[in-house]
Design a protein around this ligand. Structure first.
Ligand SMILES: [Zn+2]
Length: 391
């Protein structure tokens, strides 16, 4: 097969488009792919879809496409223009890129997947693009999300926030929990961010929502309450978010205890931060001895950790009544622990308890496929970081 045919296949080009020539620049490690169309091709007006003959071309434009190994790939083409009697002279739609984008659709999709797994700086490094380019890809994805008409009923939704850049810039993500797909993204994590998703749904689709997993975040709660019928029985506060609050509480206890111990010249808690994030059954073997010694010391941090471990049982009950009994005993223990950060989390969960226990009815969490992957990544990173810290 000739190289131009190989690239036509790789790019999934359809008539009238084809690859005219391919130039490899080994100095720059770039692949330049020149696209052209058949000379007799007719194109559609982008406004009214009328089929029209070619009017003229724009000068050459280029689009970044998916890398081939370490080689960056650029597509080059002159964009055909048509002259519509209603809409004047217009550039036609291209099968490989959206209007005004400097990236191919394939590249944008890959960039969005990367952006959802990392923050903007991390993604831009991996994708070898500038911060602003990565941000632009995200912005266009958000705009497409707002315009998209969804047709399916999505029974189980996960609403999540994701920090995407420094200075507390967030995105709101809506996932289909059954399929593990991202359905919608919006900038920010305000009520209006999530409103935009619900407003894109028909009343039948809104009625078809059986449950929504989310963090105890007021704007998301009020948006869901306003749009989803009978939301009170359908909101499930996500267990992973709740456990995250609990882990933060343990860390706050550890920090202040470590400070106090250091004043007495005791560095027992030094470099133990990540140890307390593990649960009993996932404990890395190489640190097991050290951790059981730590646990036997009757530290405040150890107590906070034990309280956290017990909270996890809340999600093991099949019946709400049993879960509620476990909750009451746990709440007594947590609030009498004299550990301020733990008490604060316990009270926060209590004020949202009804929609924590809805888990017994719906059994959903936000640990979608991607979520799980990134959690696994975090654990791997944490373990490596810890191994480095202790050696
Ligand atoms: Zn037209």
């Amino acid at each position: 097969m000739r190289d131009v045919d190989v690239f036509s296949k790789l790019l999934c080009l359809e008539r009238p488009w084809f690859v005219e020539r391919v130039i490899l620049d080994s100095e720059d490690e770039t692949v330049h792919v020149f696209l052209h169309h058949r000379s007799n091709a007719r194109f559609r007006c982008p406004m009214c879809d009328a089929v029209l003959p070619l009017h003229d071309h724009t000068p050459f434009r280029k689009w970044r496409h998916l890398d081939h190994g370490s080689w960056k790939t650029w597509l080059f083409a002159r964009i055909p223009r048509v002259s519509c009697m209603f809409h004047g002279v217009r550039q036609v739609r291209l099968p490989w890129a959206l209007p005004n984008s400097r990236f191919t659709l394939g590249f944008e999709k890959h960039a969005i997947d990367t952006l959802l797994e990392a923050d903007v700086s991390g993604a831009s490094r991996l994708l070898r693009m500038t911060w602003h380019e990565a941000w632009g890809v995200m912005e266009r994805a958000v705009a497409r999300g707002l315009k998209a008409k969804r047709r399916r009923v999505i029974p189980y939704l996960g609403v999540d926030e994701k920090s995407i850049a420094k200075r507390h810039r967030y995105m709101t993500l809506v996932c289909d929990l059954n399929r593990g797909t991202v359905e919608f993204i919006a900038f920010d994590r305000k009520k209006s961010s999530l409103d935009a998703f619900y407003e894109s749904l028909s009343s039948k689709q809104l009625e078809g929502i059986r449950a929504v997993a989310m963090d105890m975040w007021e704007p998301f709660i009020s948006s869901t309450s306003q749009h989803v019928p009978d939301a009170a029985s359908k909101i499930v506060f996500d267990r992973f978010h709740i456990m995250k609050h609990m882990l933060e509480a343990i860390d706050a206890v550890r920090k202040s205890e470590h400070r106090r111990l250091l004043e007495e010249g005791d560095d027992t808690l030094k470099r133990t931060k990540f140890l307390w994030f593990f649960s009993e059954e996932n404990f890395p073997e190489e640190h097991a001895d050290r951790f059981s010694r730590l646990k036997s010391l009757h530290l405040k941090t150890g107590r906070a950790w034990a309280i956290k471990e017990s909270l996890r049982d809340l999600w093991n009950y099949q019946r709400k009544g049993w879960a509620l009994r476990h909750w009451k005993a746990w709440y007594r223990w947590a609030t009498r622990s004299a550990l301020k950060p733990v008490i604060k989390v316990a009270r926060m969960i209590k004020s949202h308890l009804d929609n924590v226990l809805t888990y017994c009815d719906h059994r959903i969490t936000n640990a979608t496929v991607e979520g799980l992957n990134s959690k696994i990544q975090t654990i791997k990173k944490t373990r490596t970081a810890f191994a480095i810290a202790t050696t």
